[in-house]
Design a protein around this ligand. Sequence first.
Ligand code: THU
Length: 139
Amino acid sequence: MIEKDLFKAAKKAHKKAYAPYSNFHVGAAILDDKGQIHIGCNVENAAYPVGCCAEQSAVSQMIVNGGKVIKNILIIGQKGQPCPPCGACRQIIFEHGDQTTQIYLETTQGNFSCRSLKDLLPEAFDHSFLNKGLTDKNS
Ligand code: THU
């Protein structure tokens, strides 16, 4: 079952989080259009704004490994609460997702709820607003 595989992968990433400042550990796992899984964790920095969210590092992994589209992304935050992606991460997931992308918000105990990109980022700004945008992100 794919949620189980993604949960395992995100938990592995969660353990690797570098979050000495917030102590808020986040792990993310992406299933891409080729069926590959990519993971990421948050990586903080003493210069706070330079830190990187788990979703962002998972997307970077997907891109460098040749994945094109996020089919599912599962995010694990802390303890009993599911972790909704921050605004910047919603925009990043939107850039690499499609209408069928599913975002699982999961607790460390494995309870999850599912969202679409439309739920998380209605009226999104995308390439269509730019003159030199992508024509087909799958090509
Ligand atoms: N964080 C994520 O990794 N993803 C999110 O979507 C929300 C916040 C991280 C950033 C920072 O390292 C810590 O959680 C506290 O904000």
